[in-house]
Ligand binder design. Structure first.
Ligand SMILES: [Zn+2]
Ligand SMILES: [Zn+2]
Length: 214
């Protein structure tokens, strides 16, 4: 079984967890959610000796996707994800730059993702689940062998994604979390777009947004 090395680089004023995943058998890597601060991301890539093969996006918000076009130019790596539901966000990144306070470029992914897809780099593979709610096109990427996943802004330690931005839908977000994430194992670790790592089991037990009324 191929192992995956994980490096997290907080980027943009939003301290978004850009995540570099490297297949240790091949040193081939995927960069997930390069929102900006591309020089910081490049330094981390160099430090672990990764060869960037793919760029994955969990959703279309600026702090996750704003640096993707630049990274694709540098490495010649295709961009996969999110779901096409976030096209309106990716088409509006440049226009939103001044509002966010950092430079963003619009980006057209090379591949849109849907529920049941898989994405690969080196010898590693991530399964795709469609989790709309925070945005209409959010996806989650799951690595079963190593029991970890990347959830973007769908779920956080002790919290859930905000749904007051364009296209947000609170009921849809709760359905996505219930049907697509809470069905995973308790010991599944997740990497959120912001803040610390947690596990599905910890959120099932303690996340105040996910507790059923008695
Ligand atoms: Zn977001
Ligand atoms: Zn975010």
């Amino acid at each position: 079984m191929s192992q995956i090395k994980v490096a997290i680089v907080p980027v943009t004023p939003f301290q978004q967890n850009c995540t570099i995943l490297m297949c240790t058998a091949t040193n081939r890597a995927a960069v997930v959610d390069p929102g900006g601060d591309v020089p910081l991301i490049r330094r981390a890539i160099d430090q672990i000796g990764a060869k960037v093969e793919k760029i994955f996006l969990t959703h279309g918000h600026a702090d996750h996707a704003g640096g993707a076009a630049e990274l694709r130019e540098i490495f010649g790596a295709p961009i996969e994800g999110p779901h096409v539901g976030d096209k309106f966000l990716l088409d509006g990144l440049e226009a939103a730059s001044s509002m966010f306070g950092f430079a963003c470029r619009n980006v057209a992914p090379d591949r849109w993702l849907v529920e049941g897809d898989a994405v690969t780099f080196g010898e590693a593979r991530l399964d795709v689940r469609f989790c709309p709610g925070h945005t209409p096109g959010s996806v989650v990427l799951i690595n079963e062998p190593m029991q970890f996943c990347l959830v973007g802004d769908v779920l956080f330690e002790g919290s859930i994604g905000r749904t007051d931005l364009p296209g947000g839908d609170h009921a849809a977000l709760l359905r996505s979390i219930e049907n697509k994430l809470m069905t995973l194992n308790d010991n599944m670790t997740f990497i959120s777009g912001h803040g610390p790592l947690s596990t599905i089991g910890a959120e099932r037990a303690h996340n105040p947004f996910l507790q059923r009324q008695a």
